[in-house]
Each structure stands twice: as C-alpha cells, then as structure tokens.
Design a protein around this ligand. Sequence first.
Ligand code: IMP
Ligand code: MG
Length: 176
Amino acid sequence: MSSLRVLISEQQIQARVREMGAEIDRDYPGGNLHLICILKGACFFLSDLARSLHIDAFVDFMGISSYGKSKTTSGEVKVTKDLDFSVEGADLLIVEDIVDSGVTLNYLIHLLEQRKPRSISIAALLDKPDRRQRPVAVSYVGFKIPDEFVVGYGLDYAERYRNYPDICLMSSDHPS
Ligand code: IMP
Ligand code: MG
C-alpha cells in the first residue's frame, strides 16, 4: 500500500508556472519559440506554461521512455515518438516535468543538437539536484525538491496519479 501527501499544492504550482512564463516571455521577445513537450509527464505543465506565454510559440511533442514501471531510471533511453516538425534554425525550449538523474535530458540534448537548432534551453517544473548522474543545464526550474518520489500534475507511478492537480509525495506504508 502507498499513501499520498501534498508536497506542492495546485495554487503554488499555478503561481510558479505563471512566473516562469513571464521569465520566458522576457527572454524570447521575438517569439517563434518551439516548445517541445516530453510525453507523457510534461503535458500538464506544457499546457499551463504555454497558455501563460504572451509570445508566439509552436508546440510539438516527443515521447521518451527511460523508466518502464520502476521508480528509478533504467539508464536506457528510447524515443517512442519523434517530433512532427524540423527544428533546424529554431529556438527550442524543452518542457520537462522533472530532472532526476539527468540521463533523459542529457540524451535528448545530444539528439536535438544534431538537428542544428539555433538554441536549446530547458524548462523543468521540478528538479532533484541530489540525484544527478549526468550534467544538465536547466534554464527554468519551477521547484527544487528533495530526493523523494513524487506523483501528480503529470507525474506517474506505473501510469497512475497523473491527473492529480497537486504534486504529492508517495511513500510506502510500513506496518508498525
Ligand atoms: P532522469 O532521466 O532520471 O532525469 O528522469 C527523468 C524522468 O524520470 C522524468 O521525465 C520522469 O518521467 C521520471 N521521474 C523522475 N523522478 C520521478 C518522480 O519522482 N516521480 C515520477 N516520475 C519521475
Ligand atoms: Mg517524463
């Protein structure tokens, strides 16, 4: 059995996402920003972040899997859905739910660099800096969190809990 405890509330998430949107607006005044949403976890964040922007933005999706059903990375990254559009010459903003080991984003940055975009930045709602195994420069971080497994607002455990509006800690109940 596992129980959920709210770590970051819906209100806190919404306020922070609006702030991140304002920062991105300021940094890309010319617009034409390509938002690349990493499926499936980041789709809720993408949807709120994209609507908080006032600049022109494109939206595209990429499917990446590195976890299977476990709570830790398998270290193996697989593209399960590629982008629909070319990114050559474009300003890219990768929109990700959480940076944990950094394996996924490190791999993705190398992959996208080969397609000759003008720039690549990362926006991640959550960052677990203590867990990093590969270096990743994240330009926009929503919240730094401790090394604990979280679910909700897009994040899942074995595909469950993605639709919770809050970010919750998932801890195992131990019989006392
Ligand atoms: P990384 O490659 O280890 O940085 O893992 C990034 C991916 O792992 C994220 O896109 C999430 O899908 C997943 N992930 C990492 N930590 C958590 C967590 O606490 N809850 C749910 N998914 C997580
Ligand atoms: Mg993910």
